[in-house]
Design a protein around this ligand. Structure first.
Ligand SMILES: Cc1cc2nc3c(=O)[nH]c(=O)nc-3n(C[C@H](O)[C@H](O)[C@H](O)COP(=O)(O)OP(=O)(O)OC[C@H]3O[C@@H](n4cnc5c(N)ncnc54)[C@H](O)[C@@H]3O)c2cc1C
Length: 524
């Protein structure tokens, strides 16, 4: 077998592509990962991205390990700790901040979170204590399904979900109401205090527009935080991708970087390999496309992909509400502080390592309304943190990096991003600086990306950070689309293996793991 002939070629060296390759190499397959960019990781990377601050590590995309704590299998199964991955838990993780500087901490412990809510409303604390068992029941039913291949029978997982359902049979109506309603309806129905309502709107809004039907499933976010907590990768997110790459090389797999794939070669509806933009071809019995499903299907040899399947992925929702997060990072010459917020709490709790959720119920609703009209809200609602508080090694001693994540910005603002980019960056920084003291005064340099930048840089349809929107109709075997979430696609030997398949986006490696299992079943 020569160097350009493999059992499996993986298109895309994001963390899912690398995970897929590791699992396949572990099973004895000869694999190659082909990545368009100079470095592996996709949206799971970090590095010195601000020229004026070469010793500040920037995490341009993912930062918080929530998904990976919910699905930690990849870490152990691929021995990533042996390859340099180190995780630390953040506690407290997420902290809501009201404009009047009141704070509400989402502690890992839900009873403690209820006590925190009681600082504002004992009635709401009671409502929280009643709601969370419903959320946990849904998580207990859903989680076993998230961890298995929806294309298989999965008797054990079905039994686990059934047992969770039976255990919570008295809560059936509440669970149905929760998951079938807009998340916002549940918040309004159950809670009264503006701080509590705003805190929940700001938290769940990170999953998408909370007034849409059936967005009650976003409450799993809350369930996950309280069940599994939050973590950070020491050294930055690149350490996860590098650990995967190192494990892959150890297992004998190959990685090509700077090599965009131009075609997934198929003849008579069966793949035979890939053709790179550089002209080189690689033959392979199976191809895992660990990229957005639209890009993957469009890359299949012309005329080979079923037209219906192509249409389904082209029209699958990816930032369908017209909005997306954007990202602004700043390298700082000193450390930011939250003394004012901490003093107002008066309990000695330090918020420096936490993520602050800035906004109100009204701001969250306005942000989502504005994106539909191609506008930037006057009060961008955002999540902000200084990653260097958890891991000082990511900046020179005594200095910080600030990570600003406005959650709902227009995908295509009416004026175009080029016209308003700088103005929006300043608006976001001004707003964040109200809470993050020192942010503006300490700035050395900054970098900013919007969804259209991710689209271009990462070949990512609509710059959708989870490839396909999170909704009940795009989950399990219906992700990315009905008929395309199983273990066979219209072109034999082709498999999807990125965030656009079950169980979805976030850094967790599960889609890659799932794709590898499907390939193993396909290849003898
Ligand atoms: C700003 C931001 C913040 C986020 N925050 C979090 C967070 O805190 N926690 C979390 O868990 N998740 C977060 N996410 C989401 C998470 O990072 C992604 O869902 C996840 O990393 C997707 O991984 P993937 O491997 O499936 O795909 P990707 O990361 O998209 O990887 C796909 C890879 O394929 C490559 N590629 C594309 N086309 C080609 C081609 N033709 N040839 C060769 N290579 C190609 C791309 O360059 C890329 O490297 C965030 C994302 C963003 C953008």
């Amino acid at each position: 077998m020569d160097q350009s002939s493999y059992d499996v070629a993986i298109v895309g060296g994001g963390h899912n592509g690398l995970a897929s390759a590791c699992y396949l190499a572990k099973a004895g397959k000869k694999v190659v990962v082909v990545e368009a960019l100079p470095q592996v990781g996709g949206m799971c990377t970090s590095g010195p991205l601000i020229p004026e601050a070469p010793n500040h590590t920037i995490n341009p995309c993912a930062l918080d390990l929530m998904s990976l704590r919910v699905h930690p299998m990849m870490i152990e199964e691929l021995e990533l700790e042996r390859h340099g991955f180190v995780q630390k838990e953040m506690n407290p993780g997420y902290v809501y901040v009201h404009p009047n500087k009141d704070t509400l901490v989402f502690f890992r412990d839900y009873e403690k979170t209820a006590d925190e809510i009681a600082r504002y409303s004992t009635k709401d604390a009671e409502a929280y204590r009643k709601l969370m068992p419903v959320v946990f029941a849904f998580v207990d039913m859903a989680l076993p399904q998230m961890r298995v291949d929806p294309a298989s029978f999965n008797f054990k997982a079905k039994l686990a979900s059934l047992l969770a359902l039976m255990k919570n049979s008295g809560r059936k109506d509440e669970i149905m109401a929760l998951v079938s309603s807009p998340a916002y309806t549940t918040i309004m129905e159950r809670f009264e205090h503006p701080v509590v309502r705003s805190a929940l709107c700001c938290l769940l809004g990170a999953a998408g527009p909370i007034t849409n039907e059936a967005t009650g499933i976003y409450f799993v976010l809350l369930g996950f935080i309280q069940k599994f907590g939050l973590g950070r990768a020491m050294g930055g997110m690149q350490t996860i991708s590098d650990a995967l790459a190192s494990r892959l090389r150890e297992l004998g797999g190959d990685i090509l970087v700077n090599e965009p794939v131009a075609e997934i070669v198929s003849k008579n509806k069966k793949v035979s390999g890939i053709r790179l933009k550089s002209g080189k071809t690689i033959s392979a019995a199976a191809v895992v496309a660990s990229i957005h499903p639209k890009q993957a299907f469009e890359m299949v040899t012309e005329g080979e992909m079923d037209r219906g399947a192509l249409t389904k992925v082209q029209l699958a929702p990816a930032n369908a509400h017209g909005g997306s997060p954007i990202k602004i990072d700043l390298a700082l010459s000193g450390q930011v502080n939250y003394h004012e917020l901490e003093e107002k709490r008066g309990d000695g709790l330090s918020l420096r390592k936490s993520v602050l959720l800035i906004g109100t119920e009204e701001a969250v609703l306005d942000n989502f309304k504005c994106v539909g009209r191609g506008q930037v809200s006057k009060h961008p609602y955002m999540w902000i943190t200084a990653p260097t508080a958890m891991d000082p090694s990511q900046a020179p001693k005594g200095q910080d990096v600030a990570y600003l994540y406005p959650v709902a910005m227009p995908l295509d603002p009416v004026e175009g991003w080029d016209a308003i980019r700088e103005q929006v960056a300043n608006q976001v920084i001004d707003w964040a600086a109200v809470y993050m003291k020192g942010l503006k005064e300490l700035e050395i340099g900054r970098c900013m990306e919007v969804a259209r930048d991710w689209e271009k840089r990462l070949n990512l349809h609509n710059g959708c950070v989870i490839h396909i929107d999170t909704c009940t109709t795009r989950s399990g075997g219906m992700r990315p689309a009905a008929g395309l979430g199983g273990d066979r696609l219209p072109v034999e030997g082709l498999f999807l293996g990125g965030a656009g398949i079950h169980p979805g986006g976030g850094v967790n490696g599960m889609p890659g793991r799932l794709a590898a299992a499907r390939v193993k079943r396909y290849l003898p």
